[in-house]
Design a binder for this molecule. Structure first.
Ligand SMILES: C[S@@+](CC[C@H](N)C(=O)[O-])C[C@H]1O[C@@H](n2cnc3c(N)ncnc32)[C@H](O)[C@@H]1O
Length: 272
């Protein structure tokens, strides 16, 4: 339906029209879209057309993926005012961010909503918190005792502190700026969230040590489909052995397709 509308607004020969994007992401007043390189010369027209379809949006970004340790977007303004800072609403919470500098994965929405319901009265450690994707929603919906939110990227940390203020959870979410390999506390958390896909296995010992006895670890990983669940489970077991803790499996879930042949999965274990 929306693809048909886009085809009506951007006049292209049928072969090129077939390549027009079929989906896009809307974050607050910003639209992010992936455009095939073959349509590069039509990027501005595509941007103008999408802005015409969503009058409440004001900036159009060509999304080319994310890069680096901080998962920063690679993108370019193709239409609109060029203002990339916005406030996005998800699950009743507000997230201020600069969409050109900070990613926001809509594929993780269901997991964020699930986590937001299950932390009542608990101490939560969110080791790779970003702008507070998990931490804010947990604080707003679960009313936990406390959420410790650690973030290394200064830009993401800036928006984390803004989002704590905007959502009025200053008494629940305690932000820490720095590397969770150094900052993560020990023996304290009822739940530990490790939601970073690039190399969080390197911090598994830290995550396990942060859990109190009986606490639950939520370990996210981008795993080749051939090794789904097997690799993250083995990594958790190896880390537990290395730090003198033991684990009991609670469950595994696939969150989304991450890349061709790679899945984003989460494994949950009780730490003893
Ligand atoms: C993109 S977020 C995770 C996404 C989130 N789980 C979601 O629901 O979409 C991962 C964050 O981990 C941060 N990060 C990477 N290495 C870190 C480290 N060693 N300590 C603390 N934060 C780190 C990155 O800067 C990034 O903001």
């Amino acid at each position: 339906m929306t693809h048909t509308k886009l085809c009506d607004l951007v006049h292209l020969p049928p072969k090129e029209a077939e390549l027009l994007p079929r989906g896009w992401q809307i974050l607050g007043t910003v639209i992010l879209v992936s455009i095939p390189d073959a349509l590069r010369d039509h990027a501005n027209a595509i941007g103008d057309a999408l802005l015409a379809m969503y009058p409440r949006c004001s900036t159009m970004l060509w999304n080319r993926g994310v890069a680096g340790r901080f998962r920063e977007p690679i993108c370019e303004v193709i239409a609109g005012t060029g203002e990339t800072e916005t406030v996005h609403k998800e699950n009743g919470c507000y997230f201020k961010l600069d969409t050109a500098r900070i990613m926001f994965s809509q594929g993780n929405l269901v997991e964020r909503m699930r986590m937001a319901r299950i932390c009542e009265d608990q101490v939560v450690l969110d080791m790779f918190t970003g702008i507070g994707y998990f931490s804010i929603q947990i604080a707003v919906h679960s009313r936990p005792k406390k959420v410790i939110a650690i973030e290394l990227n200064p830009t993401a940390y800036h928006y984390l502190t803004e989002n704590i203020r905007i959502n009025r959870v200053e008494d629940i979410v305690f932000p820490m700026h720095g590397d969770c390999a150094i900052k993560a506390p020990e023996n304290i958390a009822d739940r530990v969230i490790m939601g970073y896909l690039d190399s969080s296995h390197e911090q598994l010992v830290k995550g396990l040590l942060a859990a109190r006895s009986g606490g639950i670890l939520h370990y996210h990983e981008a795993t080749p489909t051939a090794l789904t669940y097997q690799r993250p489970i083995q990594r958790i077991k190896d880390a537990a052995q290395a730090c003198g803790r033991s684990v009991e499996m609670i469950g595994c879930r696939t969150i989304k397709k991450y890349a061709p042949g790679v899945l984003h999965v989460v494994v949950e274990v009780r730490v003893k």
